[in-house]
Design a protein around this ligand. Sequence first.
Ligand code: AMP
Length: 587
Amino acid sequence: MTWKAIEKPRQGWTVVPNLLDYERTRAEFSWDGARRELDGLPGGLGLNIAHEAVDRHAAGPRRDHRALRWLGKRGEVRDFTYAGLSALTNRFANVLSRLGVGRGERVFLLAGRIPELYISALGTLKNGSVFCPLFSAFGPEPIRQRISLGDGRVLVTTAMLYKRKVAELRASLAGLRHVLLIGAPEEVRAIPDTHDFHQLMAEADERFTIAPTAPEDLALLHFTSGTTGRPKGAMHVHEAAVAHHLTGYFALDFHPDDIFWCTADPGWVTGTSYGIIAPLTHGITSIVDEAEFDAERWYGILQRQRVTVWYTAPTAVRMMMKVGTEVISKYDLSRLRFIASVGEPLNPEAVVWGQKAFGMPIHDNWWQTETGGIMIANYASMDVRPGSMGRPLPGIEAGIVHLRKDGSVEMVDEPGVEGELALRPGWPSMFRGYLHEEERYRKCFAGGWYLTGDLARRDRDGYFWFVGRADDVIKSSGHLIGPFEVESVLLEHPAVAEAGVIGKPDPVAGQVVKAFVSLKPAYSSSEELRLELLGFARKRLGAVVAPKEIDFVANVPKTRSGKIMRRLLKARELGLPEGDISTLESQ
Ligand code: AMP
């Protein structure tokens, strides 16, 4: 089925879109111009994300404007003005500096969407330290691995998460000097070798002067997954704020009176770049909801909080589609002006459903941990082609390339031809490396391009269309999962001889993690063992990463050099042609 473009009015807007003339804005755009949109530290002392996000508004006419409105799981509401957020983040910066935590040192956050997470993130940046979020649904193994790969000096978490997931690992994290716990004082006091977050905050001064920060100083460390090997720590610098700000303006169409809601968790890059930084750099109000998805709760938030711009994800849209449009008519969503989505392919049906359900299409956009900010988008002023990711942002050159056997790169000019999606390096939020992994970083570049690992095509009018991943990583409910990480944990179980992990298509989550295991000779397959393995993986990896399905196989197919042939596992699972199996090890 082909989808008709959703046409938008060309004038008569109540709010005029920021990107009105795409071609002209692209032609006239310069990153230097974008840099001038930010303030810089007072006295010309550099650029610090937290100054741009908080202090510059706290020092100006927006000081009493609401920066964050936090909605607790149990109906609590807490508001933070820019001035209030500035004082709290100053306190946290003082906490770190009193503990002797230095510039460039990594501060890990493991918490749900609670106010302390946002305060710690921005206070860390003020202190010149590096903010590194961990998803609270991770199990102990992904937590241990990331803190240890990232040389974590500080961990801020809740007493409950600490007891459940970190206490058992503590001895193996020798470099972790301080653990700050959020919780009731008696509960925290009973846990050895930790500090009470709130007590330290109460004792800290609410004045703090951000030290000179170079735009290239490390600010954020986001772990992402590859097909093989350990998770990769993508490093981002303070200058990334230039792109966060600009993409908020062009792709999310921020206007000064907006109330913005990004539903992503800061444990993933979207929840940091757009759940924390971008809206604050614009001085607008951001909604943070602690609770998990619930369609009626979400519509209630859109109505009561008078959300104008909403940034969500395809899995959530598909879950809303399951609930249907009828329920939406009970809510007054007349303030909603713009809906965007990111993280996985947004089916054309979902875009069209958005038009029916909310009276506006859902604007898909594309980016990844390494790009730090939105690179390709459907814009408020432009027609939406359902199923397309849109067109590159001003300042971003995207292309479709083919890698030749000799390692060189050929750019594909012809529309409609599939290839790897590539970007010309140099935008401010581009990752500056994978921590301690120079070689892996170098491999991302060829022929003057950054290679994204995604396959795509471009149409005649310059819209990009997602085709799939060029590698075996799995996207499940918007979360990128490395099969190797899952296989490694399964192999730790005494019954497992080999494990191969794939993403199995799923109508709601996009993909779910499925594992194939072969057993050691002393073991035989049974339903009981299958359940034991599922539980084992879930306990070690956490619910988001662990396999949802496990099948027993006699052998996991491998190449003669020992690499797991995940593509073959997938083809067999889906009943598709097996393709070239000339390298398959004989079994
Ligand atoms: P992450 O680094 O976890 O943000 O994941 C990035 C990956 O998610 C990309 O490389 C894509 O494979 C996928 N992705 C992100 N946005 C989209 C989109 N709009 N359409 C299709 N896939 C997407």
